[in-house]
Ligand binder design. Structure first.
Ligand SMILES: [Zn+2]
Length: 159
């Protein structure tokens, strides 16, 4: 098995906020990332596909093809956007690096033309990254605005 990786970057803003928690708890837990109007990160995304090299080409998959898939399905949707507000597939998800990696996996897994998706790494800063390898996890969606607190009649949708 050979593992091939495409590395790319994007810049986006987000706000980490859980409407089930008090404002004080949100601030304590999420700190700078809880800033009410969001704040930005320069993200690095690494997508790794594994497989056996094709005997004719020597490729697991053409990395130019992987580049184009990531560009079309992820980067164009998130680059220079507010992750809480502007990205349909992240709607209601707390946009931590963990949850971004999970969400990107859900999209990319079906798009890989040869080999299989092995890992997605999301770097939120130079020294901190998360890696997701596709084991099923539960990522809840909170269908309330990031800028309001939860009221009894707000709907919470659990995936
Ligand atoms: Zn942040």
């Amino acid at each position: 098995m050979v593992y091939v990786t495409r590395r790319t970057t994007f810049s986006a803003s987000h706000r980490l906020y859980n409407p089930l928690l008090s404002d004080a708890d949100n601030e304590r837990i999420f700190d700078k990332c809880n800033n009410p109007n969001g704040h930005g990160h320069n993200y690095v995304l690494e997508v790794t596909v594994c497989g056996v090299p094709d005997p004719l080409t020597g490729y697991v998959l053409d990395l130019k093809r992987l580049r184009d898939i990531i560009e079309e399905h992820i980067i164009e949707k998130v680059d220079h956007r507010h992750l809480n507000e502007d990205v349909d597939f992240l709607r209601g998800i707390i946009p931590t690096a963990e949850n971004l990696a999970w969400a990107f996996w859900q999209i990319l897994e079906q798009k890989i033309p040869s080999g299989r998706l092995y890992s997605i790494r999301v770097y939120e800063s130079e020294n901190n990254f998360v890696e997701y390898r596709g084991e099923p996890i539960d990522v809840p969606r909170y269908l309330v605005s990031t800028t309001t607190t939860l009221h009894d009649d707000d709907e919470i949708l659990q995936r």
